[in-house]
Design a protein around this ligand. Sequence first.
Ligand code: ADP
Ligand code: MG
Length: 348
Amino acid sequence: MIQDPTPKRTELSELGEFGLIDRLTAGLKPFNASTLKGVGDDCAVIDQGDHLTLVTKDLLLEGVHFDLSYAPLKHLGYKAAAVNISDIVAMNGKAEQMLVGISVSSRFSVEALEELYSGIRLACERYKVDLVGGDTTSSVAGLFISVTVIGRVSKEEVVYRNTARENDLICVSGDLGGAYMGLLLLEREKQVFKANPDMQPDLAGNDYILERQLKPEPRTDILEKLKKAGVKPTAMIDISDGLASEIIHISRDSGLGCRIYENKIPIDIVTADVAAEFEIDPTTAAMNGGEDYELLFTASVNDYDKLKDIKGIHIIGHMTEKVEGEYLISNGGNLYPIMAQGFDHMKE
Ligand code: ADP
Ligand code: MG
């Protein structure tokens, strides 16, 4: 056999995270009838006959997803659990079991890992999730955390990201951009501290955005409010990568376009103040910042009256025909194409 003397090498940066996932999972077909949904939503969905099982997994890597010089281990554990529970919530489900894998270098003490686990256990307690297993290995460099969460939802209640319909309202919970501004603040103070270890970090008054970055909460409360109001979202996703990236997932996967109104995007006052300090447009922080773990969902216009007064839910736009594209309507009335920048570590 003659081998190609120059096998093609594609750099990860050429594809980015989503391109890479597409490439690695291209053409996968399920062998089992129980595999209802594979790659391409917040969770995989398994048919159990009378109900559905949801499964999701997220990795957190020291130096990529967190920096132990400002992320306390307890918060880190809490966040690792919370972001996975958030993916179950994004399918309109209830998280039930968790598996935790860790790789640790000898740099960590037993007490440090207990601290990490106290955060994981706190999140499990708050969201009533059972920690049922995992795996532990040594690592040559740093800390690596892999969390898998299993959840449950009925067949009537499951919500996918590709089922939005034309004219549906686009809604978001909470407020956006805070987690990103919290990150910038922590990074700035770290640099100041590195330059002069005698300087105390100046984080006063910014608790809200620091909490948004260090201790996100899955919005189980929003699912309860929607249920109480009798609203079932037509499509839903959690905001891990920024509003822009997530609304594009819903639009493209649903075969539609969308319009988002800048003046409707909920932004907290602390987020806006710190954004101004950093000379960053708060809308950019909301669109491209990421890690807010709020819910982005679509709902029928017929549900407008039920939705409009729910505290913590904001109607920010609507779905359109695909040909109308994906646009942000600015405060000045101009149309800007929505671009998914997100937190694409591989393209950075
Ligand atoms: P989320 O942000 O909701 O956690 P991701 O963007 O990480 O979701 O993943 C998108 C989809 O791709 C999910 O269905 C996920 O299970 C799948 N996926 C991610 N990485 C891989 C991989 N290495 N192999 C197979 N599927 C993957
Ligand atoms: Mg998700």
